[in-house]
Design a protein around this ligand. Sequence first.
Ligand code: FES
Length: 298
Amino acid sequence: MESARAIKQVVRDAENQEWVHDLTNKMEENVVEAYDQLGEVQWPIRNVLHGSFMGHPLHATVTDVPTGAWTTAFVLDAADVLFDQKQLAPGADAAIAVGLAGASVASASGWADWKHTKGSTQRTGLIHGLLNGAATGFYLTSFILRKTGLRGPGQILSTVGFGLTIAGSYLGGELVFDRLVGVNRAEPSEEPAEFTPIASVDDLEEGKPYRFEVNQVPVVVVKSNGTFYALSDICAHLGRPLSGGEVHDGCITCPAHDSTFKLENGAVVTGPAAYSQPTFDTRVNDGYLEIRSRHVAD
Ligand code: FES
């Protein structure tokens, strides 16, 4: 549709501005530096902010809080102004406060996820963050004005904030549904449905990851403490190959952004991945390693 093309063009024009390039680089440096300063504490914090602890991106969950709360405030303010429903004012103020609390968590988780994006996706993510940051600023100022008796100006500022929230939400949708940020890149495969030989066990060294393609499914195979493990070679985080990673303590760490998965069942040990890595059944038959999908449909 022409309208969709026009909106996409506006996004592309915005993300290609020179100042957006410059600010993206600067912000990335700042976020990386902030993580470095946290030292070892960064790992549990990362697991919370990325949503690794609950198997779902935290950001996508908590953004509903400010968006929902500020939509409520907008409706209550509209009823107040248009139909003189003054008794709704405390409800609007409370909704703005709830939205501000949610926005702080959404912001922290959003910047954590943003750190791992690249190129035009990262620049669009920056604009998304700036719009939401500006919306938060408008709502915070609005809340202060409301509490000092300046309800009219406060309502004007929160209406501007609501418009910025809608624009930021549109870009959030663009990042997830068009740029695939925060989605599970390692979909479980139903192939191979039967045990399929992939290599002689004599050719597989202990502790070294090997990449194979089985029925067009990329698989990483590791021998650890004498046991063979097979996982999808597409990292659940942003789809990079796991097979270039390091094997240690019964786990494999993705070389791209350090997500670590258990070899045994693909569970996330540390993010940024929020989703488990699909695994395959393995067996040794006549000197050959064979693998089979654990997700064969009934
Ligand atoms: S692609 Fe990001 S951790 Fe693997």
